[in-house]
Design a protein around this ligand. Structure first.
Ligand SMILES: Cc1ncc(COP(=O)(O)O)c(C=O)c1O
Length: 406
């Protein structure tokens, strides 16, 4: 979260003063005026989707997305080896099995690796737009169409990003966002799932609301209500998120403007290789710039040289649970609190044998070791952006110089 203040405080106070702290005020009333409903409508308009549902977290949103597709035991779901573990853990939470595949030089899921991993059991593909960067959606959607496999877009780290003008999260069959503290906009904890397909959305909504059976909206659903959980976002945070959503375009516009300045300043610096980007420079959220290096030690030295100049940067291999090799509960097949509920022990999953060795994806590990990512803070001044660019250039020139001249 970059920006929050008095407007959020006022929005929260307004809800508390109203005394209406629950989305569904009574059994005979709908939620037409609820903050959550208004947020969902505003989200639909901003992201260009037909349906949106406010949830307690991004993990919850992804679970609803997977549930919306009817995923469960016996199903394989393709996820990238570079994403927060929750992308894969949410697959396990609905009883299915994540199949982890390579990313490419853009650090996003490799469309060729997706295609190579598809089997008759594959029931979903999950492209994850990491760090405000975007996946190669044209190729991914083409693979998905070719094999008739649905796509769940994990846009938790890319709220407000675009891909060729379309909003991240809006291009797949389902999309999920996180509003936790570390995201572009947020409310501490929260999430949203979206879809353009009524049936998928309805299944996700029932799953997220254990009270669906006695809600007025149950009458509008075209399927019987099954037992759900309670993953409903609350009114106080919905009010805060409405303010945050109104800030979104300003945040991404500022990040893009500053990123553009940095890239312009670095133009012609032959010592640097930019990480490839899957769409135009105006796409994504503008929060990240990546650099590629020939080997690990060059990348490490560059990251250290930036750190020396107080420029935040790092190699994604060091990003903990964002690297599949560190997803111990999944790698060790501890899928639940008991053997009976562990999807990895489920008879329908017996034929699913994913490769969970920590070194199963050497290419992904190598790319994560040899790339350096640096962030663009939308709240910087243009002078800050120029200082950062100068620091990046200095580091590159210094490291390119012969050892004795450094
Ligand atoms: C790519 C990705 N997917 C899913 C999640 C899960 O979101 P949450 O923490 O809101 O449950 C996160 C959160 O960090 C994430 O970065």
């Amino acid at each position: 979260m970059y920006r929050y203040g008095e407007e959020e405080i006022d929005a929260i106070a307004r809800v508390i003063r109203s005394g209406r702290l629950f989305r569904y005020p009574g059994t005979q009333q709908g939620d037409a005026e609820a903050e959550a409903k208004l947020l969902e409508r505003e989200w639909q308009a901003k992201m260009g989707v037909k349906h949106a549902c406010f949830t307690t977290s991004g993990t919850a949103a992804l679970m609803c997305g997977y549930a919306g597709l009817g995923l469960g035991p016996g199903d394989e779901v393709i996820v990238p080896g570079y994403t927060f573990m929750a992308t894969a853990a949410a697959v396990v939470a609905v009883g299915a099995v994540p199949v982890i595949v390579d990313v490419d030089e853009s650090l996003m899921i490799d469309p060729a690796a997706i295609e190579a991993a598809i089997t008759p059991r594959t029931r979903a593909i999950v492209p994850v737009h990491m760090k405000g960067l975007v996946c190669d959606m044209d190729r991914i959607l083409a693979v998905a169409r070719r094999h008739a496999v649905p796509v769940v877009e994990d846009a938790c780290q890319c709220i407000g990003g675009t891909y060729k003008g379309r909003r991240t999260g809006s291009m797949g069959d389902m999309g999920g966002y996180s509003f936790n503290y570390f995201k572009v906009i947020g409310c501490g904890e929260g999430g949203m799932f979206v879809s353009n397909t009524g049936d998928l959305y309805a299944r996700g909504v029932i799953f997220h609301d254990g009270g669906a059976v006695f809600r007025l909206y149950a009458g509008e659903l075209n399927m019987p209500v099954f037992c759900g959980l309670n993953l409903r976002g609350n009114e106080i945070l919905a009010a805060m998120m409405r303010v945050q959503l109104a800030r979104l375009d300003g945040i991404t516009a500022d990040a893009h403007r500053l990123r553009h300045i940095i890239l312009q300043e670095l133009d012609g610096c032959d010592e640097l290789t930019l990480m490839p980007f899957n769409s135009g420079p105006e796409d994504g959220t503008g929060e990240t710039i990546g650099f590629r290096f020939a080997d690990e030690s060059a990348a490490d030295a560059f990251a250290a040289a930036l750190a020396e100049q107080k420029i935040g940067a790092g190699r994604p291999i060091n990003s903990g649970k964002h690297v599949y090799a560190n997803w111990e509960p999944i790698l060790e097949r501890r899928g639940s609190y008991s053997a009976a509920t562990n999807p990895f022990e489920h008879p329908l999953n017996a034929g699913v044998r994913p490769d969970y060795r920590p070194d199963a994806l050497p290419r992904t590990l190598e790319l994560l070791r040899t790339t350096v990512l640096t962030g663009v803070n939308p709240d910087w001044t243009e002078a800050d952006a120029r200082r950062v660019a100068a620091g990046i250039r200095n580091a590159a020139l210094r490291l390119a110089a012969p050892a004795g001249a450094r």
